[in-house]
Design a protein around this ligand. Structure first.
Ligand code: ARG
Length: 271
């Protein structure tokens, strides 16, 4: 089936990788012995931003803070929906300083309500909105208690999905929302019950292979037509094309050293 709907306009927040580094290891992709090329990371990030802008999307930028090397992963800043922001409460001490930095940006940007989560919650890394429903990871960084807080704060149903493979530690590494009817995901990252829930909600769900998932192909941003994604997931790109989407590959090789790719660098500022 070909998608006929026009692309959705995206308002995006990004944070440049000025202070990017792999100084600690809080997920299986991070290895402090592997050097990071910051200049290259900056070029890749600029290319990602330029790609969104070429597609007509608006990108806003938050000032990076020295000593917060993972702040480039703006998806983890919080969840923005309906003029409200639930700022993240990070699992690891190394990232906890990001909450205040992002909260200050949201406050200055004039959001009508900016609250910091009271329980562990890693924002859009673990919470993906589909229309008026949120899919939220459980079992890794974001907790079940966070789902209740999300539901109460935003007034939307929150569907918990259990991640079971440590390589896919955030929901956005294992599942991408293509449009209100379709997701693509790697079944092996989820518990059997969560796989069944995904299939029931999205009968046409696209299955990614382990290789595509390890190439961070699912860590992608879709406007319903264009899918900005890692160039290391060729099979998934083909599947998307067959289904009428237009995959746009970006090289995120430096940021992948910290366990993040295109979507991790992107927070959607949902109206
Ligand atoms: N090094 C970061 C961490 O482990 C990577 C975060 C990637 N972000 C994401 N949305 N998946 O927290």
């Amino acid at each position: 089936m070909l998608t006929a709907a026009p692309p959705r306009h995206l308002d995006i927040l990004m944070c440049p990788p000025t202070h990017f580094a792999v100084e600690y290891a809080i997920n299986p992709w991070m290895n402090t012995a592997v050097p990071v090329d910051v200049a290259r990371a900056e070029q890749q990030w600029e290319e990602l931003r330029a790609t969104y802008q070429r597609l007509g999307h608006d990108v806003r930028v938050v000032e990076p803070v020295p000593g917060l090397p993972d702040m480039v992963f703006a998806a983890n800043a919080g969840v923005v929906y309906d003029g409200r922001v639930l700022v993240s409460r990070f699992t690891h001490a190394e990232r906890q300083g990001e909450s205040a930095a992002y909260a200050a940006w949201f406050e200055a940007a004039g959001y009508r309500e900016v609250r910091t989560a009271t329980v562990r919650n890693e924002g859009e890394g673990d919470v993906l909105t589909v229309g008026r429903v949120m899919l939220a990871a459980a079992g890794t960084r974001t907790t079940r208690e966070a789902h209740a807080e999300l539901a109460a704060f935003f007034g939307v149903p929150v569907i918990g999905l259990e991640l079971v493979d440590p390589r896919f530690y955030h929901l956005d590494t294992a599942l991408m929302v293509l449009d209100e009817q379709t997701v693509a995901y790697y079944p092996g990252a989820f518990s059997a019950a969560s796989r069944a829930a995904i299939e029931q909600l999205f009968p046409g769900a696209i299955h990614a292979t382990e290789e595509d998932a390890c190439g961070f192909g699912l860590n992608a941003m879709s406007d319903g037509v264009h899918v900005v994604m890692s160039d290391r997931a060729p099979r998934l790109a083909e599947r998307l094309q067959e289904r009428g989407y237009e995959p746009i590959g970006v090289d995120m090789s430096e940021l992948v050293k910290a366990g993040g790719s295109a979507k991790c660098c992107t927070l959607e500022l949902r109206a």
